[in-house]
Design a protein around this ligand. Structure first.
Ligand SMILES: Cc1cc2nc3c(=O)[nH]c(=O)nc-3n(C[C@H](O)[C@H](O)[C@H](O)COP(=O)(O)OP(=O)(O)OC[C@H]3O[C@@H](n4cnc5c(N)ncnc54)[C@H](O)[C@@H]3O)c2cc1C
Length: 458
């Protein structure tokens, strides 16, 4: 019988020095992602891929020896998608970080999977362009991870999610074959839309090694920003609904509740702690930004804002946005944050907000909510005591209620973070038996041995 060390030797011999990592301390740092209180497995090794050929060699080896493969980018998943399974190889594409091409005339870039989202956006900025999808983790998450989760972000309300910015992919399939999907033209309908199949597949169908991505013109000036406070979160949500219904086209529409504002204020002394029950931040980045921002301010006042102002300077706008980006670290200071991710039709945002508050009260769980409100995408953050071996039962009971409420309202369990490990038990409730069977058939066709990110996503 072949020993583990023989199996590892074979992998070493297919890759360059230093690419196969077996040091226990280093391996330990690849076991978890940013999802709290999940018990990760113990990997056999980590592979730091530098080129497509390394991914090919690793997947061929994994297939031969039936070793599970956990693809990994920045490890910022909030759904447990990049947590290790026992005996797996963690295949890191973070080390494939070349921006191969920026073609400003065609508004296209080609990037390897490990490029950080913000680095691609900065490279595009040099040509007056932008890479629009901007998850709050943009400085630490990779293009490969963003594609595998179909990540959203703050600008998505105007520019769409990751799927709307991808034209084609290079993917290594189970066993090591290299597949190229899509094209570099803006239009194109030949064949099935395999690009979309891999976007959001959470590492369960193949490993993305590079992508042809769509860039967009960068707004020439900094967006105009509106800040509005409300007597409660539901009132803020109603103002969001009114802004959307008025056909104003915000480039950002974010809502934070009182618990989040207090957590930020306790830390940074922002002045938004006392009395402000909900804060809406809205931006317009169009040529008519001044008028658009003023219209949003008026709509906030008409819908009960206790304060609504258009920011006086770019600096003030940046500070407001920074406030929004501080939500997660501020809540992390209070305990362990389990960040959830439901999404509902935008007109039902106030109903969903009410259901989240009821769930928190019923189960005695502290929930702070921030929302990409313009997309109907809410992040109820369940904060619990540090040092517990697992997520406490009342937290799951409250989360269960929140998920079911989202589905009842015609929404989804996850707007952008993915199913990962933590939402698998609710997936069939959303998809139904036919869709689940089709998912399984696709998985079986592309990964018959079931070794690509097992136990995740479906
Ligand atoms: C502070 C913070 C803020 C966040 N804000 C947002 C937000 O605004 N919007 C949002 O959508 N998400 C957000 N997230 C979640 C997370 O950043 C995203 O899901 C992101 O897309 C993950 O990218 P990553 O490179 O870290 O991937 P990882 O966490 O490493 O992996 C995520 C998933 O993708 C798979 N994967 C990774 N690389 C590849 C590859 N090359 N090929 C195939 N599969 C791969 C993994 O197996 C896993 O299933 C946030 C997370 C944090 C910690």
């Amino acid at each position: 019988m072949i020993s583990v060390s023989d199996v590892l030797d074979e992998l070493h011999s297919s890759l360059s020095d230093g690419q196969v990592i077996t040091d226990p301390d280093v391996i330990d740092s690849y076991r978890r992602d940013q999802t709290p209180a999940l018990a990760p497995g113990q990997p056999l090794c980590v592979v730091a891929a530098r080129a497509t050929a390394d991914v090919t060699a690793t997947l061929a080896w994994a297939q031969r020896h039936e070793v599970p493969v956990v693809p990994r980018g920045g490890g910022t998943s909030l759904a447990g998608g990049a947590t290790a399974t026992d005996g797996c190889v963690v295949l890191s594409t973070a080390t494939m970080s070349a921006i191969c091409e920026v073609d400003p005339d065609n508004e296209v870039a080609v990037a390897q999977a490990g490029v950080l989202n913000a680095d691609l956006d900065r490279a595009a900025a040099a040509y007056g362009l932008m890479y629009a999808p901007d998850p709050s983790s943009y400085e630490i998450s990779t293009i490969g991870g963003n594609l595998a989760t179909n990540a959203g972000g703050l600008r998505c309300v105007k520019y769409g999610v990751t799927r709307d910015s991808v034209l084609g992919l290079e993917v290594v399939l189970a066993g090591g074959r290299v597949l190229r999907t899509g094209r570099r033209t803006v239009k194109g309908v030949a064949g099935y839309d395999l690009t979309s199949l891999f976007v959001g597949s959470e590492g369960t169908l193949g490993v993305i090694t590079s992508a042809t991505l769509r860039l967009r013109p960068r707004p020439p000036v900094y967006p105009r920003t509106v800040a509005a406070s409300f007597a409660n979160f539901e009132a803020g949500a109603r103002a969001v609904t009114a802004i959307i219904a008025a056909r104003v086209k915000p480039s950002l529409l974010e809502l934070m509740d009182r618990a989040t504002l207090r957590a930020i204020d306790d830390w940074k002394h922002t002045g938004f702690g006392d009395g402000v029950q909900a804060l809406l931040i809205a931006q317009d980045d169009s040529d008519a930004a001044e008028a658009g921002a003023e219209r949003m301010r008026e709509l906030c006042v008409e819908h009960g804002a206790t304060m609504a102002e258009v920011s006086g300077s770019d600096d003030e706008s940046r500070q407001l946005l920074e406030l929004r980006r501080l939500s997660y670290p501020a809540l992390e200071r209070l305990g362990v944050p389990l960040v959830e991710d439901v999404c509902v039709p935008r007109t039902l945002l106030p109903d969903m907000v009410a259901r989240i508050e009821q769930a928190g009260q019923r189960h005695g769980v502290f929930i702070a909510t921030v929302a990409h409100a313009g997309d109907g995408n809410l992040h109820p953050v369940f904060v619990f005591e540090r040092g517990l071996p697992e997520v406490p039962r009342p937290v799951w009971s409250a989360a269960d209620e929140v998920f079911r409420a989202a589905l009842e309202l015609g929404g989804t369990l996850t707007g952008e973070h993915g199913v990962g490990v933590i939402k698998r038990r609710w997936l069939a409730d959303e998809l139904g038996p036919e869709s689940m069977a089709v998912h399984q058939a696709i998985k079986n066709a592309l990964d018959p041995a079931g070794i690509l990110n097992p136990g995740k996503a479906i």
